[in-house]
Design a protein around this ligand. Structure first.
Ligand SMILES: [Zn+2]
Length: 447
């Protein structure tokens, strides 16, 4: 079995690995390079392999950096069959439809041809098959793949690829501990010849997850007392459903009055419907004795799908809570609410996710004031509260325990910044793993 690295090598995004067994060619993920948007040269570059030779694409989970270049693959004459868990397929439809519109807008702005056409997105979904966890599938002659729960987002997986008598696992992204709505990450198989391990937080440890519900509850209660506006920007998929689930506990189980609550993100609204339709794939940490039919909906929650409904939030009485995309506040409906409410000390901005350098969210948490939003200069007077325990990725402590519970001796580090990879490499070697390598883009290895 030969494995080529075509993305997320010495970098966090663009996940794409080519597995060659005999004549069969299988990709694991086909992600978009994030950071500088769709217009970046990286996304316009050729793949580094001939798309027409690819028999199948195995998808680990629904994030753009794992699926974003699938339409491009079809645009460049690829005709593979795509395989993933069923929730991943459904969520990916939302993400790629949404991503198509953003891509067209961005390419117009930067004066480039669109990366791909709408028909390419349609072609992706007409050849996408849903699979079940722990159910081996022969995706190409001589190549069998099994999906296992990674606990990162709904439907997320690490995959075990078998061929040529070898067994290799690809981590995809591994979830952090204590996520209130997902299963724990499954154990790695014991007889792996090689493991491709993500290393996003290869050099970081998270706060314990126990205090997030308490901090969210405190913010809701304080906002209600002040009759203010509590703004909670969150990623539309997974983070938003976690917040809705916890709000459901605070409001419907504990009986706390939050005032009016608005879920103001079309993508998050659609994604929540997908989450609700796959409740058997979730593991909800429900308080003892609490019975509910709908864990993402609670008293006082309004779902504002249209632009008109969203604008109507301005006229709603206070106190109110606004849950809106995007997580780093650099786009989406949250920006309009920030313009309106950020300059009032009576209001609160609850920041629950990672804020990348250069984003509006990062500027606000670093204390910048005023900040520029559209053409407005907005004073930051609202109270800023951070909860750092909502994290999408495992820290190095969880990853190390997970790897050490298996017998794997050879590891390739992927999906991380080089600095984090080097720290994690040292750590794993110190922990007794025999071989830990950091491949570069374009490298090939034989297993
Ligand atoms: Zn991910």
């Amino acid at each position: 079995m030969d494995i080529g690295f075509f993305g997320a090598a010495k970098g966090v995004t663009g996940s794409c690995f080519l597995v060659a067994v005999g004549e069969s060619r299988v990709l694991v993920d086909c992600g978009f390079f994030q950071g500088q948007g769709y217009c970046s040269d990286k996304n316009y570059q050729e793949f580094g392999f001939n798309p027409e030779t690819i028999d199948a694409v195995v998808i680990t989970h629904t994030h753009q950096d794992h699926i974003g270049r699938l339409p491009l693959l079809f645009n460049r004459k690829g005709k593979p069959t795509i395989y993933s868990t069923k929730p991943t397929r459904d969520l990916s439809q939302l993400i790629l439809d949404d991503g198509y519109n953003i891509m067209v807008e961005e390419s117009e702005k930067c004066g480039r041809d669109p990366l791909y056409r709408e028909r390419d997105v349609e072609a992706v979904f007409s050849s996408w098959k849903g699979v079940s966890y722990r159910d081996p599938v022969e995706v190409a002659p001589g190549v069998t793949v099994t999906w296992h729960d990674a606990g990162h987002v709904l439907g997320s997986s690490f995959v075990v690829v078998e061929g040529d008598g070898k067994k290799v696992a690809f981590s995809g992204d591994i979830g952090s501990e204590g996520v209130p709505i997902l299963h724990d990450t499954e154990a790695l198989p014991q007889d792996l010849d090689m493991f491709m391990c993500e290393s996003t937080y290869g050099d970081r440890l998270h706060d314990p997850p126990t205090d997030r519900l308490n901090k969210l509850r405190d913010a809701v209660i304080e906002n209600h007392k002040k009759r203010g506006v509590l703004m909670i920007p969150a990623f539309s998929i997974e983070r938003m459903q976690e917040v809705l689930f916890e709000m459901n506990i605070i409001v419907d189980s504990e009986g706390i009055d939050p005032g009016q609550v608005y879920l103001d993100s079309p993508l998050a609204i659609s994604a929540t419907r997908v989450y609700a339709s796959y409740q058997e794939e979730l593991e909800l940490d429900i308080p003892q004795g609490f019975v509910d039919n709908d864990f993402f909906h609670f008293k006082g929650l309004h779902v504002t799908e249209t632009v008109g409904e969203s604008k109507g939030i301005n006229n709603a009485s206070q106190p109110k809570v606004i849950l809106a995309g995007a997580g780093m506040m650099n786009a989406g409906r949250i920006t309009h609410h920030l313009v309106r409410y950020l300059d009032d000390p009576n209001n609160t901005l609850l920041v629950i996710g990672y804020q990348a350098v250069g984003t509006l969210g990062r500027k606000i948490v670093e204390g910048q004031s005023p900040v520029k939003i559209f053409d407005y200069s907005v004073d930051v007077k609202a109270k800023i509260v951070r909860i750092d325990s909502y994290s999408g990725h495992a820290d190095y402590d969880k990853l190390t325990r997970w790897v050490k519970d298996s017998t794997v001796k050879r590891i390739q580090l992927i999906h991380g910044d080089e600095e984090a990879m080097i720290a994690f490499q040292k750590h794993l070697l110190h922990q007794g793993v025999e071989e830990v390598s950091i491949p570069s883009e374009g490298d090939w290895i034989t297993v």
